[in-house]
Design a protein around this ligand. Structure first.
Ligand code: CP
Length: 304
């Protein structure tokens, strides 16, 4: 594994190795192969979980962390992302985590950069969020042991969701029975035969082992003429009664965060023991990102 851009570009074996290493870190492994390596966090879009957990993961591994401040950088004087990253490499940076609102920008800049810096996609537009899919998979395994033939239902704004795309890519590799549920205006436009599509949430979550709720991404919607959130809430909000009535008894509730309380998921559900899994997802993000950094940066050399 040279970089982490999307799930499609990494093998099943890479994924299994990351999950196993994350488990070792969670259960007490202390030694790191990447002490003194330097990581730059380049976030052009807001983030709490991804940014903080990469920072904490790097700190736990003994790395140097640079919180690159895009709003006060020479990008605002017209410097390109390629030139910025090449300069960071010569300053001693070994890897960059990039979050950006443009889908595919990381693939683009990676092709342009001439030096062996490692790229990690921290979420690009509606394209991919691979570290989120890996931590989601870790959490599912921790809770239910396997996802082979388990019914995993992704409910919400799949049209705009990089999390949904990365999860579907990963879940397909491991034999899950994948369902997506959304109103037509938030449904995928590129259909895939391996997935079951639903408009009706009760039908979708019937017997579900995992219900993954997605945030309604208002910032990515056309503003004019868009249905308001009360209509979405009426038809798609996941609450305790709905889960009890339709999903499997031991269903796991997941959400990548941040959640719109009382829109896509009820506040009461978020705050009860079922909702706690969402905080455990965030916690697992630290160990999974430790595994990603250790795997990518083990043995890399600095610029000379
Ligand atoms: N799940 C996720 O990417 O959260 P942040 O936007 O807070 O990083």
């Amino acid at each position: 594994m040279e970089h982490l851009i999307d799930i499609a570009s990494i093998s099943k074996e890479d994924i299994v190795n990351i999950i196993n290493l994350a488990k070792q870190f969670k259960t007490g492994k202390k030694n790191s192969d990447v002490e003194t390596k330097t990581l730059a966090l380049m976030f052009y879009e807001n983030s709490t979980r991804t940014r903080c957990s990469f920072e904490i993961a790097g700190q736990k591994l003994g790395m140097n962390i640079i919180n690159f401040d895009a709003n006060h950088s020479s990008l605002l004087k017209g410097e390109s992302l390629k030139d910025t990253i090449e300069n960071l490499y010569f300053l001693g940076v070994n890897a960059v985590v990039i979050r950006h609102s443009y889908s595919g920008i990381i693939n683009n800049v990676m092709r342009l950069v001439k030096y062996p810096i490692k790229f990690i996609n921290g979420g690009d537009g509606t394209h991919a969020h691979p570290s989120q899919a890996l931590l989601d998979y870790y959490t599912m395994l921790e809770k239910i042991g396997t996802i082979d033939n388990k019914k995993v239902v992704i409910v919400g704004d799949v049209a705009h969701s990089r999390v949904a795309k990365s999860n579907i890519s990963l879940l397909s590799k491991f034999g899950a029975d994948i369902h997506v549920c959304a109103p037509t205006y938030l449904q995928f436009t590129h259909y895939n035969d391996q997935i079951s599509y639903h408009n009706d949430v009760k039908e979708a979550i019937d017997g579900a082992n995992v219900v993954m709720v997605l945030r309604v991404q208002n910032e990515r919607h056309e503003k004019e003429g868009y249905p308001d959130s009360s209509e979405y809430k009426r038809l798609y909000e996941i609450d305790t009664d709905l889960l009890k009535k339709y999903a499997a008894n031991d269903v796991i509730l997941m959400h990548p965060g941040p959640a719109n309380r009382n829109i896509e998921v009820s506040s009461e559900l978020l705050d009860n023991t079922v909702g706690k899994t969402i905080l455990e997802q965030a916690q697992n993000g630290v160990f999974v990102r430790m595994a990603i950094l250790n795997t990518l940066l083990k043995g890399v050399n600095n610029a000379s």
